[in-house]
Structure formats: C-alpha cells, structure tokens
Write a new protein. Sequence first.
Lengths: 293, 320
Amino acid sequence: MAFGPFLLLATLEGLLQAAVLTLTALGLSLVFGVMRVVNVAHGEFYMLGAVFAWWVASMFGMHPAVGFFVALIVSPIIVGAIAFASERLILKRLNYDPESTIVATIGMLYIIQQTTLLTYGPDARPVPAPFYYRIQLPWFGYSGYNLFVIVAAIVMLVAVWFVLSRTRLGLIMRATQFDRETAQAFGIPIERVYAFVFAAGAMLAAIAAVLIVPIRQAHYLMGLDPLLLSFIVVILGGLGSLRGTVVAALLIGLSDGIISVFFSPTLAKMISTLLVALVLVFKPEGLFGAKAR
Amino acid sequence: MTASRTMRVIALHVAVLAALFLVQFVLPDYHYLAMTRVMVLAIYAMGYNMLFGYTGLLSLGHAMFFAAGLYGAGMTAYYTDLGVPLAFLIGICCGALLSLIIGLVALRTTGVAFMIVTMMFGQVAYLTITYFTDYTRGEEGLTMPASARNFDFLGLHVDLTNAVLRYNLALALLAITLFVILILVRGPMGRVLIAIRENEPRTLMLGFDTFRTKLGALVVSGTISAMAGAAYGLLFAYIGASFASIQYSIEALLFTLLGGAGTVLGPLLGSILMFYMIDIASEYTAAYLLVTGVALVLLVLFFPKGILGTIRERWLPWLP
C-alpha cells in the first residue's frame, strides 16, 4: 500500500480512537469539573460498560442489532446505578477530600475489576456488531460500523453540550462547578447534583465502551488504557472544559492512531504521556485551570 | 525533645530490629523466605512514606523508582561483569538520578496534578521497559546468572542462594534505612517536611525553600525505594516489568496507609500485615487483588490514620 492510503487508514483509526476517547474523557472531565474528584475508577466503569454489553447481547440471541441497541441503553443504566451507589456509599462520606477520594477510587478500581474477574472470568469475549457493511475504497475496505461509532460519538457530544449549556439541569451543574457554596445558598441540592454527575460521568464511559466493544472485545483488564488516555486528554485540555477535552481527545486520538499504525502502540503511549509532562513543564500550574474553590 | 524520649525511641526501634533478628530462628522455611521479601518491600514502603507520610505528597508512580533500582542493578549484573556490589550501587544511583529528574519536573505541580503526573511518569517507565523488550524481556523478565549468585567481596565469599544470608542482608538494609529515616525525620529536615505537609504556603512565608526541601524528600524517597528494588532483584535473582506497573506503586501506598502514614515503623507493620493478607487470599482465589481494593476503601473510610497513626494519637504521642 502506498503512503497516502496508508495515512488515510491511520487517520480513520485515529478518528475512531478519538471518538471513543472523547466520550470517556468527557465523563472524567465532568466529574472533576463539578465535584473536584479525580475518579481513578473511571476506566473500570468503561470496562463494566463493555462487560454488561456482552451480557445483554448474549441474552438476545435474535439479530445482533437487537442485542446491541438494547445493550446501548441497558448497560449505561446499570453502570450509572453502580456509580451512583458507590458515590453515596463512599465518596460522600469522605466529604470529597481530593486525596481521600483518589485513594478510595483506586480501591473501587480493584473492587470492580476483581469482582468482574470472579464473575465474568478472565476471557476476552466478543460482541457482534449490529450490522456489517463494508465501504470499499480504491485501496482498502473499511468497516461501516467504525464510521457509525464516530457519528454516534459526535451525536452524544452534541447532546452533552446541549444539556450543559441549554437546559436547566446544565445550568445547575455549571453553577455547582462555579461556586459550590453560593449554589447551595440558592437552594441547589448539591449532594444530589454530585451523585447525578458522578453517575453521568460513568455512563458516558459506559456508552463509549458499548460502542467500541464490537471492534475490541470485552475483557476485565480493558479499563486501564482508557483511564490513562483520558487523564492525558483531560490534563491537556483543561479539566471541566468541554471544548478543551474535545480538542485534546482529537489530538491524542489521532496522533495515537497514526503513530500506532506506523510505529508501535507502546511508543504512541510513551509519546503522548511525555507530551503531558512537557505541558506541565512549560505551564507549571498545569492545565488544571483554576484552583478548587 | 528530651534525652529520655530519644532513648525511648531508640530502644523501641532496636527492639523491633532485635525481634526481626530473633524470629528467624523459629520461622519455618516458607515464612522465612516470605519475611525476607517482606523486609525488602518494607524498605520500599518506608521510602514511599518519606514522601507521602511526612511531606504529604501522594505519588502514584513510585514503582518507577523501585524499578530503576531493580533494572539498574539487575541489568548491570546480567549484562556486565562489574560484580554484584557495584551493580547494587549502580541501581541506587539510577534511582537517585531518576528521582531528581522526575522531581524537577513533577514538583512543579501540586495536589491532584502531582498524583496524576507521577502516575503518568510511572506508566512511561513501565512502557519503556516493555518497549525495550529485546533487552529486558518485558513481563517475562530476566533471571540472574550464576555469576551474580556467587561472588567474592572484600575477600569474603558471598553465596546469595543461602537463605540465612539473604534474610540477614535484608534485615541489615532494613536497619540502615530505619535509622537513616529516623535521623532525617527527627532532624531539622523532617520538621520542615511536616511543616510543608501541614501548610505549605505558611512554610514558604517563613522563609523555607519548600521546592528544594520537597525535591530533597523526593530524592531521598526515590533513592530508598530504588535501594529496595536493587536489593530485591539481586537477592531473589529476578527482574520483570510487572514490578514497574501501577499496581506496585499502589502497593507502597497501601502498606503505608495500613501501618500508618507519617510513622517510621508504620510501613514495616503495614507490609507484614498486607503481604500475609494477600498471600492468604491468593490461596483461595485468582482475584486476590480484591483484598487490596477492599482494604484501601475501608482504610480511607474508617481508619485514615492507619494502625500506628491511631496508636500515636490515642496512647503514644512520642512515637516518631
């Protein structure tokens, strides 16, 4: 294959990576933005999304599309419920102290991951794609489902943007993010907002995972990579900033996809991680933005 | 700090070391080896505690320092004929150098950003080891050659396959670490570290160069962790990429939290308890890391000061 088509293939892979990454990172960013909680268990919610997708899809034996679209609804709801419960049971009791919540979410990471190992097992299991359509380009064939993932991610992004900037719910979330105490003084039920945001963040990761699981398989250790990449994206883009997250996810997703195709995935990860280090050197306060209020 | 209090502190630590020395005469084979490992891991956790417990900086990438010592020493012993003692020193130097570089970069950040940045660097270290898999053999790792097991040092013949020698070497390293840390944290540097932990802007305002002190603490912490890594690789004749994984960084945090962050003996106690808890759990299930998760959540929810931290708060205020 010539260089041009090869680059096109790499770019398409990168776009796919970027689409999934944007959704996952957005969840992490939302949780940090509003709650000031770094959720190390975020990758495990992603993994749970994929595992529940397999579970739901395997129950609907009819057409793969039925199982898939039911999973796309059911799996995020289950994951959201788990996140909601863990927020009530653990994070709330810690009073959202940054250090304690990091340690607690590390604990949650292990609990979720190992419980999955106990119940779902160590195997990677595939979920059939809802449809097979091959787009034949002059140089190579490309799966139509991959394009569907990219479009679906864009639709989700627009939906999140709409909720955040055009609805009352979004206004409440932004008010909480801007000034927790004043928002509370105005009668906003902060605690309910926090629980909702934590669940919503986990659900975004779960949706991303359901979308990607027909391409990659569901495995109990699949949460680590998206977690680290989301951290990179969120640091580069500035936490809590929707636009920054999207731009950084595109940048990291594309470069990751392209470097992975041309060189090796390990090298791609090393480079993007070091990129974050450079950002922190040249911007000492980090791109973490404003200090916690 | 009165003389009698100093005596009491020294007596306590000598007693702990004496107990570890004496226990080797009654331990069965399996636990003999296990305790040797635990002591090396305790050194690692004590290094971690310098940064987390005393300075209040939560690092999630300390495995990279352990791995720097492990690979610095292990690769030297494997690929060169410089000899084991020199390899051990090289391992420590690798850790010191790495912690200096990481410190200069990572300490520009504070709070949450510091935790994430150290985690990222730890991951880069892990990826680097797996990337150069031709030399490191990645996850599979390297087993030390016979020349690194038997060697002559200062006219003495050292046989590292000898379990008794290994136990006592580990104990000696633990003793050295214990007293170095004790002297550091009870001295002027330790007080500045604690001041930084409690209120960094105020410490800065009082005229202390907090960046330098934090850098110093990170280098001491990283170097001690690297020494543990170097000792681990050489004593047990194996180096592998899994020692650089995030999980290993979290283990140091867990050991420290359980025993009591900011207490000299806490990491040792935490290492012993946690090692055996995981060991027992792994007999029953492949998902033994569940213990790690549950322990972390329970500790942070109900027992944030750890065992010795709570004891110090309630009964023994003089505990260092």
